[in-house]
Design a protein around this ligand. Sequence first.
Ligand code: XMP
Length: 423
Amino acid sequence: MDKELIIILDLGGYNSQLIARKIRQCNVYCEILPCHTDVEKIKGKSPKGIVLTDKPAAYGQDLSVTGVPFIYIGELVGDVNLSGEDSTEFTEALRNFLYKTCGCSGNWNMTSYVDMTIKQLKEKIGDKKVLCALSGGVDSSVSAVMVSKAVGRQLTCIFVDHGLLRKNEADEVEAVFTRQFDVNFIRVNAQQRFYGKLAGVTDPEKKRKIIGEEFIRVFEEEAKKIGKVDFLVQGTIYPDIIESGTGKSGLVKSHHNVGGLPDHIDFKEIIEPVRDLFKDEVRKAGLVLGIPEKLVNRQPFPGPGLGVRIIGEITAEKVKILQEADYIYREEIANAGLDRQISQYFAILTNLKSVGVKNDERTYDYTVALRAIKTVDFMTAEYVEIPWDVLRRISKRIVNEVEHVNRVCYDITSKPPATIEWE
Ligand code: XMP
């Protein structure tokens, strides 16, 4: 398949990621380049056309030397509100530009993209060895499966169970990778090691740091046993690339993604099989590759996992309590058919104990909080109005079925001023 490329030149003005998504929805592949990109570099990429997010004057270089059509997106958008309803008018105008003006054939789709990527990976890797830190998240799972389809057992996946995953999650990931795909799968049960390191630590940022560092250490130790590898797989996705180095607003929390880059592993090069894809495209690729829907449509889960959902000190007992409560919550949300309408939902184990009564006996047990939010970009979020009867059922089940919980609260705060996670 010829890779027909459209360049989006990000000059501010219209949202470049939104435009990129619209172009890809027309089955045309596109990439975003920053405003300072030299015109010769654009030319070197041999695009079929160029889309500008602001008027050409904002670029300051002469695009007509590229010899391909270019357009200011505002001319196609007209009065349409792009973030609102899908506009057939705009889509029609965009298609006209892509197909008629630029001569694109619209041959880009996920199946051919996945096939092409696997073929390229095969050529690149040859008979060499590849290592992957699998987190069980969508990005690393899809990346790993792409490599496995390309080179099979030349790939080793290391999956570190840090003891802060949701109930049954580690077993589910292991089952998918060992039964369905042809890879060397190593599961490291490092739960006690993490709990040991975290004992007595209450500061959220310290917890994040310890979990992130310990993860790298465990991964490195396992990797050493394998010896020299040639490539390391990373689940970088397109927004990570666009957003890196754009000088975002100040750091509110460190988002230490478990699976970050280790320092002491002997490898030659990094492979990023999904680096060109947006999140929803990664999910589509996952389905094309045959990864179960449950894993592909998984809601975001922070790298430090339940570690930032247990307020205060983390202990094995608290992890167990939270896993059980969170499992009931997720089960009831799914039963109520609400799981697809909520962007992210989870339980939190607060550090608060209060008085209650169970079987005529006084109890002094934990309060579990429930959170459910709706968001487009996770930068801002609204809490979801879960129906009372669903909340009632969840609360009842949690206090009846989970030991050491005697109270359930629902978080009705949006972001801002609250964050999505509690720590
Ligand atoms: P906040 O709590 O900052 O969360 O409103 C925004 C999104 O980021 C996720 N999150 C994390 N992800 N490591 C991660 O990989 C982290 O330390 C972390 N903290 C928050 C959170 O789940 C939400 O989707």
